[in-house]
Design a protein. Structure first.
Length: 287
């Protein structure tokens, strides 16, 4: 080893001591670094241990009352909600949702309205009148109101023959109301009725027809006789008769027909004519 400052060469002994001194210093530095690492690890362990200890000492959160809890022998252990609790909650939620939906629908639905115009006759109306919103017509109290049996029938009555002897089946009195432009023309309806009645030889029956004005309304009277096969009937009924009146008003046309066994209809002819002649508009007719 050369000492450049003094210009001398070190002896072997000096060189050995110099090496030992350098290695000792390196060992001390290395030991200090290792001790620092160990101390840092101990400090970190103490810090996390303190955190865990604090967490164990903190109170355990409680589950909501709606969820039933089962405890076990292990302290602090809880089980998942039971099936009964889940079903109960699901049922409760379903009931609440269903009730809310029902209330919402009910609140948006329109209020119920009468299915029949209060100005139209019913089973409890005046038994001596046929009442419609536009007119009234007198009738015998014996003509009994019945529920209309077919579409396009506004009112229907049963007319029976109270005469002595063998009583014939009852006839039907049918009232149909069509707004202006609906239901076809008067002539078209008369043509349809004509196709329902036949003479004994099978030819279409010819009606008797008349025209008059009653209380300012035009009334067409038409009568048919013969074998009658009405809409929906399987077989013709011989010896039948129909009395009909078409009442034309500014806003509607009213058709009144009495149809059934000839003997029953003929017995009620005068009452039918009196009914038509007694037509009374509820308001002045304006054309």
């Amino acid at each position: 080893m050369i000492d450049f400052a003094n210009g001398r060469v070190a002896s072997p002994v000096q060189i050995v001591f110099a090496v030992i001194r350098v290695r000792g210093i390196a060992s001390i530095v290395d030991m200090r670094n290792q001790l620092s690492i160990v101390c840092n690890g101990l400090l970190a362990g103490l810090f996390f241990g303190a955190l865990v200890s604090c967490a164990d000492d903190a109170p355990k959160p409680k589950l909501p009352a709606a969820f039933p809890v089962q405890t076990t022998s292990n302290a602090g252990a809880v089980s998942a909600p039971t099936a009964v609790g889940t079903n109960a909650i699901s049922s409760a939620n379903s009931n609440v949702t269903s009730s809310a939906n029902s209330n919402a629908i009910a609140s948006t639905m329109p209020a119920a309205v009468p299915s029949v115009n209060p100005l139209t006759s019913s089973a409890t109306s005046n038994s001596s009148l046929i009442e419609l919103p536009s007119i009234t017509l007198p009738k015998p109290a014996a003509w009994t109101w019945v529920k209309p049996s077919m579409q396009f029938r506004t009112l229907q009555y049963q007319v029976c023959n109270p005469g002595p002897g063998k009583v014939a089946p009852c006839a039907d009195l049918i009232v149909s109301v069509f707004k202006l432009g609906d239901g076809g023309s008067v002539d078209a309806n008369i043509g349809r009725w004509k196709n329902q009645f036949q003479n004994a030889d099978g030819s279409p029956a010819e009606p008797t027809r008349s025209q008059r004005v009653v209380a300012g309304a035009s009334v067409t009277r038409v009568d048919f006789k013969g074998a009658w096969k009405g809409m929906g009937m399987g077989e013709s009924q011989n010896n039948s008769e129909q009395l009909a009146a078409a009442i034309e008003l500014p806003q509607e046309t009213i058709y009144i027909r009495m149809v059934g066994p000839e003997s029953t209809v003929e017995a009620a002819r005068k009452d039918f004519e009196a009914m038509v002649d007694g037509l009374a508009p509820r308001a002045p007719l304006v054309k």
